[in-house]
Design a protein around this ligand. Structure first.
Ligand code: DUC
Ligand code: ZN
Ligand code: ZN
Length: 491
């Protein structure tokens, strides 16, 4: 006995057609017209779309960053993701200072014991030595085929050009993909103190400390190195015209380079959001920063013409009003902040958040929530707004992420033999986004008050129903690690 999704309209990256879809066990076993329902549980999908489960390849769950930890973990973040139609994500394991890549993996595997949806890992290289260079190809045996290097966050995550270049050479040899956070961290490190010294301390000055030029320059540097080494490059969270121009140039030269943007960069601007009165702008501080209306149009153009392959989130959420609770003494006595243990004892406590940067934009933890909202907001502005087709939407949010990161066709499509990760999408249902109703562990939502049309009404992972309307049916430990293959195509 299986589950028969009847009379829905299936959307894949290439097609949109009326059909029934049968799931037996964890996979799709049949797609066809008028399939016999005898013996199956029937899900009536008339008037609904069936899409592959969303894949967000850029998340930071439970990340130690900016003097605190990001709020959502593999429990709350997974539930929120699924409520938004995302059934698989790839999180960034960070190599611990002085440690190996495998040390990082061990740490992230512990976090993932809570998993409710499927997940994979990228590995962020921080310190490269001979041992780490040798370790890189062994990650493939662990199902990890992508590396990440930060060209920004000086004295925290930033690597130098030699590290990036040597990592690319090794990755190229083994069919692994290198991802970069492309901003020139040295220039940022010079701009920031100068702004603060001039009394420019409010959140909006964060954007001036990281102008588009430094994103464009770093993108070009990484693109050139990809051309020289033949390494597949994926530039994360691209935001602006100079960066897109650098990627376009590399692609025109035939270099193996790809890029993503994140949903917030289509919607938020410095003038309207980062420069909001008081400390409100802190909610929108992320790196690279949100940009201008002009850059938003450049991004839509790049999504339309294929320059950008993926839309993800860079989900990394922090309380707007954090550090709350009767626990100041406890926090003072625990400078390394074992927030998790403490929050387990006292759920009224909130770890520090954006308020860390009151009076100094450079101390505002970088990042924002988005994992739950991604598919709804981009569908609304992209498909309802006639900017992209439903098929292109599926390609950007499901299929390309699976292809680029070695999970296709197990993930990212609805085809016979694929995992039955299925979103039943109601294209006519409206929903007003709010922090009051979202499932992310965060006290604000960057799309607060936005009414979208087109929402997930049921979400399945490997044939198991996780979401039904407002109801959560998932459970901890049910999410599985997705082992990924090297040698993925350049899109
Ligand atoms: N940018 C952010 O805004 N947050 C997490 C890490 C990053 O690169
Ligand atoms: Zn980044
Ligand atoms: Zn990130």
């Amino acid at each position: 006995m299986g589950t028969l999704f009847k009379n829905g309209t299936i959307i894949t990256a290439s097609d949109m057609f009326r059909a029934d879809l049968l799931v037996e066990g964890e996979i799709v076993t049949l797609i066809g017209r008028d399939l016999d329902p005898t013996g199956h549980t029937v899900v009536d999908c008339a008037g609904k779309y069936l899409m592959p489960g969303g894949i967000d390849v850029h998340t930071h769950l439970d990340l130690s960053f900016g003097g605190t930890y990001s709020n959502d973990d593999f429990n709350t973040g997974h539930k929120a993701a699924a409520f938004g139609g995302t059934t698989t994500h790839i999180d960034f394991v960070i190599q611990p200072p002085g440690g190996s890549l495998h040390d990082g993996l061990i740490e992230w595997r512990k976090k993932a014991t809570l998993a409710q949806i499927d997940y994979g890992f990228h590995l962020a290289v921080r310190e490269l030595n001979d041992a780490v260079l040798d370790e890189i190809p062994t990650l493939i045996d662990e199902g990890v085929t992508s590396l990440k290097l930060f060209m920004a966050y000086k004295n925290v995550f930033q690597v130098d050009d030699s590290t990036l270049f040597r990592t690319m050479r090794v990755a190229a040899k083994h069919g692994m993909i290198v991802m970069v956070h492309a901003e020139n961290g040295d220039v940022e490190a010079a701009l920031t103190p100068a702004l603060l010294a001039e009394g420019k301390t409010e959140p909006k000055w964060h954007a001036s400390s990281r102008p588009p030029e430094i994103e464009g320059e770093a993108t070009n540097r990484a693109v050139v190195m990809a051309g020289m080494t033949g390494c597949a490059l994926y530039v994360v969270h691209m935001t602006c015209e100079p960066a897109i121009a650098a990627l376009r140039r590399g692609r025109a030269l035939g270099y193996p380079v790809m890029g993503e943007t994140c949903c917030q960069y289509f919607f938020l601007t410095v003038d309207e959001h980062l420069a909001a009165p008081g400390f409100e702008g802190a909610k929108y501080v992320c790196s690279p920063p949100i940009r201008s209306k002009h850059d938003q149009e450049v991004l839509w153009g790049a999504v339309k013409d294929g320059t950008l392959a993926v839309v993800s989130t860079d989900h990394c959420d922090f309380w707007y009003e954090g550090g709350v609770g009767p626990t100041a003494e406890w926090a003072a006595a625990h400078p390394n902040g074992d927030w998790h243990a403490f929050e387990a004892q006292d759920p009224t406590y909130r770890r520090p958040g954006k308020e860390l940067g009151r009076g100094n934009f450079a101390k505002i933890p970088n990042g924002m929530p988005g994992l739950e909202d991604r598919m709804m907001v981009v569908w609304h502005a992209g498909v309802n707004g006639s900017r992209i087709s439903p098929q292109r939407f599926v390609e950007l949010h499901c299929t390309n992420p699976a292809k680029v990161f070695g999970m296709y066709p197990k993930k990212g499509t609805l085809a016979v033999g694929s995992d039955a990760d299925i979103v039943v999408w109601d294209p006519n249902k409206e929903h007003t986004i709010s922090a009051k109703t979202h499932h992310m562990h965060c006290d604000y939502n960057v799309y607060e008050g936005m009414t979208v049309r087109g929402v997930p009404v049921q979400v399945y992972q490997r044939g198991i129903r996780l979401v039904d309307g407002d109801q959560w049916l998932g459970k901890n430990g049910a999410g599985q690690f997705v082992r990924r293959s090297p040698g993925a195509p350049i899109l």
